[in-house]
Design a protein around this ligand. Structure first.
Ligand SMILES: NC(=O)c1ccc[n+]([C@@H]2O[C@H](COP(=O)([O-])OP(=O)(O)OC[C@H]3O[C@@H](n4cnc5c(N)ncnc54)[C@H](O)[C@@H]3O)[C@@H](O)[C@H]2O)c1
Length: 363
């Protein structure tokens, strides 16, 4: 198959969808890989690295879309790319169609085959192409939270791990899924006093089994969260109710319970945020203050560490990319029902029910 790797052009997106190592894997299996000039540069890969792995470099994005049978990307195509996607072309990337009607209509019009990372399912029913980015965001959330607790950054001026003779900071993690678990482990590793809340008792039981001693579990309720806030320095918001807006677990009046200079990191901001006072921010201006509490609500946290994020993402996507290239999407979907769940739009028709429902369409 002819595989094309365009350079990501969405604002501040520095990841690339295939590494030189992945290129080598595809080329060894008899596929042809075209990579757009400098596509990997912000993730640490030069054109020469790709050429050594067997890829051909193309000068422009038009060349890549014009040549490839399968496009592998990271982010959804943006407006300037809509017209480049061709009939019958397989596009394998994050799409998040349900929150973007314009993109959905453009991809219907293109008559391409849209395979969305975010809806591919593995044998356990988990979302294998979302997990790596949640792992990165969870770990980053604590690193960023620690930074903004520093006085020069506007925080109260407290060190997460404390020192001998001085108590560590208190971290409250709301949601014990992938983001929350990685955040709790990171905070605990730095020596903080960590509490992790979830509404799922089975999940709290699991967490209790493997978390280190400085992580306690707590059932998530408004009462319990309020009780914690008075002594918490850093809150990580990591809840997810699949397909729904995140619930507001910390309301504006609850901010008054916290000490000034405390930090809220809302990782769930991409689902609307789990604090009432959250609104999306960017890496250029990551924080703002409400009632003396620092809010960090960056919607694409993994974008700040593209070298790590690219490797984490492509470790997960490559086996699927290989399967799609080897078999073509129809055969690959016949043999892997979880991959088939990734199909969102096929030759001008929406085939993923939640996308149609989001816009009130019938399928
Ligand atoms: N900002 C970013 O860059 C970024 C990156 C990756 C993921 N995310 C987002 O982070 C969020 C969490 O993702 P995840 O992969 O950890 O999801 P997940 O499904 O693994 O975990 C979510 C957890 O929240 C729990 N939960 C639901 N309601 C709750 C409540 N009221 N109180 C406490 N816990 C509750 C669930 O039981 C579950 O354990 C999602 O919104 C995801 O989109 C954001």
């Amino acid at each position: 198959m002819i595989v094309g790797i365009p350079k990501e052009i969405k604002n501040n997106e520095n990841r690339v969808s295939l590494t030189p190592s992945g290129t080598r894997e595809l080329v060894q299996r008899g596929h042809t890989v075209y990579v757009q000039h400098t596509a990997g540069i912000n993730s640490g890969f030069t054109d020469e690295d790709y050429e050594k792995a067997g890829a051909h470099i193309l000068p422009s994005i038009e060349d890549v879309y014009g040549t490839a049978e399968m496009i592998i990307k990271v982010k959804e195509p943006i407006e300037s790319e809509y017209g480049l996607v061709r009939e019958g072309q397989l596009v394998f990337t994050y799409f998040h169609f349900a929150c973007d009607q314009q993109l959905t209509e453009a991809m219907i019009k293109s008559k391409s085959v849209c395979m969305a990372y975010e809806t591919v399912v593995d044998r356990q029913g988990a979302l294998p192409l979302l997990i790596p980015m949640s792992e990165v965001a969870g770990r980053m959330s604590v690193q960023e939270g620690a930074r903004f607790l520093e006085k020069p950054q506007g925080g109260k001026g407290i060190l997460l791990g404390g020192v001998p003779g001085v108590k560590p900071a208190k971290v409250l993690v709301l949601g014990g899924g992938v983001v929350g678990t990685n955040a709790a482990l990171m905070a605990a590793g730095l020596g903080a006093d960590v509490t992790i809340c979830d509404i799922s008792l089975p999940r709290l039981r699991q967490l209790n089994e493997f978390m280190p001693k400085n992580v306690k579990t707590l059932f998530s309720s408004a009462h319990n969260i309020e009780q914690e806030l008075a002594t918490t320095d850093l809150v990580i918001g990591a809840v997810l109710i699949p397909g729904a807006k995140a619930p507001h677990l910390i309301t504006r009046p609850m901010l008054k319970l916290m000490k000034k200079g405390s930090v809220l990191v809302d990782v769930a901001i991409d689902q609307g945020g789990c604090f009432e006072t959250s609104h999306p921010t960017t890496h250029a201006e990551p924080t703002y203050e409400v009632d003396g509490i620092i809010h960090y609500c960056v919607a694409n946290i993994p974008g700040a560490v593209p070298c790590t994020s690219t490797l984490a993402l492509t470790n997960a996507t490559l086996p699927y990319a290989v399967k799609l290239a080897d078999m073509g999407w129809e055969k690959a979907c016949e043999t892997d029902s979880g991959l088939k769940k990734g199909l969102n739009i096929v030759n001008g028709k929406v085939v993923f029910p939640a996308v149609a429902e989001a816009f009130g369409w019938k399928i």
